[in-house]
Write a new protein. Structure first.
Length: 343
């Protein structure tokens, strides 16, 4: 008999509150795993789905269970799965935009290719902050910018510099670690109180994103260096990143997490909006989730950042997390809900 399952649902398009209700226990497809969720993280996309609904995310079937970042234990595997086994502690990017693949529930169907073993030295609570941002960083740096792949231990410096905005954000924190592990010097932006966080991840220089001379300071710092491209980790940094890259030597490519219009992209700049879910079932996913990430976590080279902030221990707490995230007050941390004892 299949286990019972519960989920935190958005009951209807733009519903103001979630409802916790029974959910069908998912059956794995050939390339999927079923995970008993220990911890689920809450992302900006989750509150935007609730607040903006079909205006931005058309086609979702309601009631809808969201949630993209999970950690937990594998309880079933599909017929074609070979990278993880039943009983493994894992993190996973549940990326399908369907309720059976929504992390806001006790048991979730997740793509095996975006699932990584979590070593014993890494708490599942911490691991839950990584999955979607790891995928986004990999797509931005390795697929879109065409940079070298990260390595354990990190590759020697190759003489090129990558600009990554919002280094204390989820995407920024992971992109810094990927770039450093691949042998690149990293310049980033952050609030002064998050400078130490970015430096601890390997950033060579951290610039105050609020400074009125930010663009000029970055241009001066990059003068004489070869820019390998840039990652604009938040929409608000697009303009300054475009400006700086346009004035630098080297690549004119910018990977943007949000780029809703090309009106602000200067001539000569190659910019695209990138999505982490494009990593699914690719050789890149195998390299990152199957090889690099488990090894880098086990060695201590890779950090689970931003640090998790627990907002509750039941599915009902998801709404509290959505409400906090919607205020825009979260900085250098990721809101999570724990559901199982081992977290």
């Amino acid at each position: 008999m299949a286990p019972t399952n519960k989920a935190a649902y958005y009951p209807a398009d733009k519903a103001l509150t979630i409802e916790v209700a029974a959910s069908p226990y998912p059956t794995p497809e050939a390339n999927e795993v079923i995970i008993r969720v220990s911890t689920v993280a809450i992302n900006p996309a989750d509150w935007k789905i609730q607040s903006l609904g079909s205006d931005v995310f058309p086609g979702l079937a309601y009631p809808y269970a969201s949630g993209f970042d999970v950690s937990g234990t594998v309880v079933e595997t599909g017929a074609s799965v070979s990278n993880v086994s039943i009983g493994d502690r894992v993190l996973s990017y549940a990326s399908d935009f369907t309720s059976r693949a929504g992390g806001f529930q006790q048991y979730v169907a997740a793509p095996a290719s975006l699932t990584a073993r979590v070593p014993e030295n890494t708490p599942l609570l911490d691991a839950a902050v990584l999955p979607s941002s790891v995928a986004t960083a990999a797509i931005a740096l390795q697929q879109y910018l065409g940079l070298a792949h990260p390595s354990v231990p990190a590759r020697p410096r190759n003489g090129e510099t990558v600009l990554i905005s919002a280094g204390a954000s989820s995407v920024g924190s992971n992109a810094i670690q990927f770039a450093v592990a691949a042998g690149y010097e990293v310049y980033t932006t952050a609030s002064p109180h998050n400078t130490a966080h970015c430096e601890a991840l390997g950033a060579s220089r951290v610039f105050d994103y609020r400074s009125p001379t930010l663009a000029a300071d970055l241009k001066a710092a990059l003068r004489g260096k070869r820019c390998a491209g840039a990652v604009s980790s938040v929409e608000s940094s697009n303009a300054v990143v475009f400006d700086v890259v346009a004035a630098s030597e080297g690549s004119r490519s910018v990977a943007c997490t949000v780029l809703l219009s090309r009106d602000g992209v200067p001539p000569g700049i190659r910019a695209e909006m990138i999505h982490g879910y494009h990593a699914r079932d690719t050789p890149l996913a195998a390299d990152v989730y199957g090889a690099f990430l488990p090894a880098a976590l086990a060695s201590g080279q890779y950090r689970c950042v931003p640090k998790p902030r627990v907002v509750g221990t039941r599915l009902e707490a998801v709404q509290a997390g959505l409400d906090v995230l919607r205020t825009g007050s979260v900085s250098c941390e990721k809101l999570v809900v724990t559901l199982a004892e081992e977290a």
